[in-house]
Design a binder for this molecule. Structure first.
Ligand code: FAD
Ligand code: UDP
Length: 374
C-alpha cells in the first residue's frame, strides 16, 4: 500500500489510512475527505460495502451476498446523511415463523397468539394472557429472562429457544438480555418487523450508495489489501481501524468469539417463493431463516433468489456474541485500544457490539467529527 504525499496552499493535508470499507470505513473516509484529508481506504475483500454489500446474481436478481440487510432508524440525522448518497424505496419488513408446520406472524402479536391457540382474543385479552403465563424475572439479565418475563414458557420454547441455540450455539440463558430484546412482543396486530420512523432500502442497492459515498477526489481505494500486510507502511497521521479488535492486537488475550454464517444462495425459476421477506425456522432445519430478496428490493423478475443462513462457529466474523465473559474479554482489548496512540477503533467488529447499520453510521460520524476537531 502506498499513498502519494501532497501539499496544498493551506499546508500539508492530513493523511489517514482507513481499514475496512463497510459502513464504518466508508462514512469515516467520506467525512474526512470532505474535511480536506487525504484518505487511503483499504479492504481485504475485493469489494466495498462490508457485510452490507449487494450485487446482481447470474440471473440478474439483486441479492445481499452476506444476508438480508434492511435499513431502519429513528434518527433522522442518519437517514438524512445517507440520503446524500442514495434515493430510497420505502419498505417495511415482514417476517413469519414456522412452528409445527404453520406460518405465524413474528414478532409475536395478537394474531400469532389467536392462530396458535385457536382463540379470538382482543388486545386486552392478549395482554391478560401474557400476564397470566409470564414468569416474572427481576433482574432481567439473560435473553431467557427477557422472553420468559414477557410471554412465558410455551411461546419461549416454540419461537425462541431453538432459534437462539441454532443462531448462537448457546442457550438464551447464556446470552445477554439485549439479544432477545431486539425482538418486541405485541398485543396488537402490527406485523411489521421494525417500527422505526424511517424504514427503506437504497433505491439502487447498498453498493451503489457506497460507490457514491466514496466518489471523492480525496479518497484512494485499494481492495484485496489486508492491514496485516500494510501496517508497516509509514507516513500516515492517523489510522481508523474497523476490523475485529482482537485481530489488531494479534489476539494477545485470546480470540474474541464471533458467530459466523454460511449463506446458501439459490435462484428459483418461479416468480415468488414465500409470502413475506423472511421466514424463520426456529425448530426445523439447520438454517435459521430464508429471505427472498425481491420482497426487499421490489425488483420485478420472472425468477426469484433466496438465501438460507446456516450459523457456524468458524469462518468470517459476522456477529459479536453478547455474553458477560465476552464483554470482559473485550474490555481488556478496549483498554489496549485506548492506549494505542494514532488509531481510532470504530464499527461492529472493532467495538465488539451488535450494532445495526444506522448505529454504525452514528458511531462513524462521531469518530470522524472527533478526528476533524482534533
Ligand atoms: P463490516 O460491514 O463488517 O465491515 C468491515 C470491513 O472491514 C469488511 O469489509 C472487512 O473485509 C474489512 N476488514 C476487516 N479486517 C480487515 C483487515 N485486517 N484488513 C483490511 N480490511 C479488513 N443491520 C441492520 O441495520 N439491518 C439489518 O437488516 C441487518 N442485517 C444483518 C444481517 C446479517 C447476516 C449480518 C451479519 C449483519 C446484519 N446487520 C444489519 C448489521 C450490519 O451488517 C452492520 O451493522 C454493518 O454492516 C457494520 O458495518 P461495519 O463497517 O462496522 O462492519
Ligand atoms: N430470535 C428468536 N427467534 C426468531 C427470531 C429471533 O429466538 O424467530 C432471537 C435470536 O436469539 C436472534 C435474536 O432474537 O438472534 C435477534 O433477532 P434478529 O432478527 O434481530 O437477529 P439478526 O437479524 O440480527 O440476525
Amino acid at each position: 500500500m502506498s499513498i502519494a504525499s501532497g501539499k496544498t496552499a493551506s499546508g500539508p493535508k492530513r493523511r489517514i489510512c482507513v481499514v475496512g470499507a463497510g459502513f464504518a470505513g466508508c462514512v469515516v473516509a467520506r467525512e474526512l475527505a470532505d474535511a480536506g484529508c487525504w484518505v487511503s481506504l483499504i479492504d481485504r475483500r475485493l469489494h466495498i460495502g462490508g457485510n452490507a454489500y449487494d450485487e446482481t446474481d447470474a440471473q440478474g436478481v439483486l441479492i445481499h451476498t452476506y444476508g438480508p440487510h434492511i435499513f431502519h432508524t429513528n434518527a433522522e440525522r442518519i437517514s438524512l446523511y445517507l440520503s446524500r448518497f442514495t434515493q430510497w424505496r420505502p419498505y417495511e419488513h415482514r417476517v413469519q415463523a414456522v412452528v409445527g408446520g404453520t406460518n405465524y406472524p413474528f414478532p409475536i402479536n395478537r394474531d400469532t397468539v389467536n392462530r396458535l391457540y385457536g382463540w379470538d382474543l382482543d388486545e386486552a385479552g392478549v395482554a391478560a394472557f401474557f400476564e397470566r403465563v409470564r414468569e416474572p424475572r427481576d433482574p432481567v439479565r439473560s435473553s431467557e429472562d427477557v422472553v420468559l418475563n414477557s410471554v412465558g414458557r410455551d411461546l419461549y420454547e416454540k419461537f425462541f429457544l431453538n432459534y437462539t441455540r441454532k443462531q448462537w450455539g448457546l442457550p438464551p440463558s447464556e446470552l445477554k438480555a439485549g439479544v432477545a430484546a431486539r425482538v418486541p412482543v405485541r398485543t396488537n396486530t402490527d406485523d411489521r418487523y421494525f417500527t422505526d420512523s424511517f424504514q427503506a432500502m437504497p433505491l439502487h442497492g447498498y453498493t451503489r450508495m457506497f460507490e457514491s459515498m466514496l466518489d471523492h477526489p480525496g479518497i484512494t481505494l485499494q481492495l484485496g489489501v489486508d492491514y496485516a500486510d500494510a501496517r508497516g507502511e509509514r507516513g500516515f497521521d492517523h489510522i481508523v481501524y474497523t476490523g475485529p479488535i482482537d485481530s489488531y492486537f494479534d489476539r494477545r488475550f485470546g480470540p474474541l468469539p464471533y458467530r459466523s454464517l454460511r449463506f446458501e444462495h439459490v435462484h428459483l425459476p418461479q416468480e415468488r417463493f414465500q409470502p413475506v421477506g423472511t421466514v424463520n425456522y426456529p425448530n426445523d432445519h439447520e438454517f435459521t431463516r430464508i429471505t427472498e430478496f425481491k420482497h426487499l428490493t421490489g425488483q420485478v423478475h420472472a425468477g426469484t433468489s433466496i438465501v438460507r443462513e446456516y450459523p457456524h462457529a468458524e469462518g468470517e466474523p459476522y456477529y459479536p456474541i453478547p455474553s458477560d465473559d465476552n464483554d470482559a474479554l473485550y474490555e481488556r482489548y478496549r483498554e489496549l485500544a485506548e492506549a494505542e496512540t494514532g488509531v481510532t477503533f470504530v464499527g461492529r467488529l472493532a467495538q465488539y457490539r451488535y450494532l445495526n447499520m444506522d448505529q454504525v453510521v452514528g458511531s462513524a460520524l462521531a469518530a470522524a467529527k472527533s478526528l476533524i476537531e482534533r
